[in-house]
Design a protein around this ligand. Sequence first.
Ligand code: FEO
Length: 397
Amino acid sequence: MRGVIPISENIFWVGVNDHETDLFEAIWPLPRGVSYNSYLVMGEKVAVIDSVKGSFLNHYVEKIRSLVGIGRKVDYIVVNHMEPDHSGAITALRQMFPDVKIIGNKKTAEFLRDFYRLTENVITVEDGGTIDLGGPRLKFVFTPMVHWPETIVTYEETQKVLFSCDAFGGFGALDDRIFDDEVDLAYYQDEFLRYYSNIVGRYSEMVQRAITKLKGLPIAVIAPSHGPIWRKNPSHIVTLYDRWSRHETEEGVTLVYASMYGNTRRMMEAISLSLADEGVEKVRVHDISRTHISFVLVDIWRFRGMIFGSPTYNTTLFPLMQNLVDVLRNDELKNRYIGVFGSYSWSKGAVSALHDFACCGRLTLVEPVVESKCAPTETDIEQCVLLGKNMACAIRK
Ligand code: FEO
């Protein structure tokens, strides 16, 4: 059947591609769609590894039916992660196969009860637990907080396939080409980091723990729940996740600003020009009013330097800049240099708020902090130039 793709003799991709959802988790834009990868592992017993978002049930169920055939059944549903983009079809599978056993850990069992009122035939496994499908053998490894508490990964021992769920995933629908050696990886590259920075980055410490824990497993294929399946070069995506979760950055600067009447923008332009004059090749400028934060985060995660500028709005930060700062505070970003600037008219507030943000976490403030009243003076512009110069120097240290 179209859309059922073998990964090996007895493991099949039965996922779906979503080009309809505008906003993942109702926040993050999906201009290139997203895939919900689900897998069928067939031995004497049959296991589904994760399912798909509930709105794709019909197509998904057809695929499973076409593989399992008449007279056979799915014996197990392995739930690596309970977020509904992967658990949304569990109830339908239970209706199709009333005896199916659902496998997860204790926290999974709680979520199954609370999301779907499912309590019957739920098997809780321990970290390192295994199940023999009569041919394929599944091993369960707990990877908590990547990125929910119940998260596990499942490893098929005979063919060394790691079903890693959200870990090692990325945005971008697959559209019938699912393997890393078939798809145009350059097309997906930024979508991997956008997924990481938007969804998983907050839990980078836990990603590091998971990578360390999985190091002992010989892995031939990484089969995540979003994005391509890595059969040619699985270490590529692990290296990227390792780098991002260690907050390893490139030389470059993300310059994010807001401007209501062009005065803060003039300051931004002076900084941007200064960075160019200093030979910084990678400078990404984002007007936070016009670029969705999802894309801004990609550059912030990528580059060593960031400079934020905001006008004062109702005595504090411009609302969209406030949102960015709140998200980054929650992300516990580190190993980056930050510069701040802004303006005010009848009340100060924005620059001190940006300064507080720059100093409260594990970021390094680059001076000077530049604040202009109403419109920047020549001195303010000179200070902006100096900020660009000092940032160029900082990111090259
Ligand atoms: Fe893809 Fe955390 O769900």
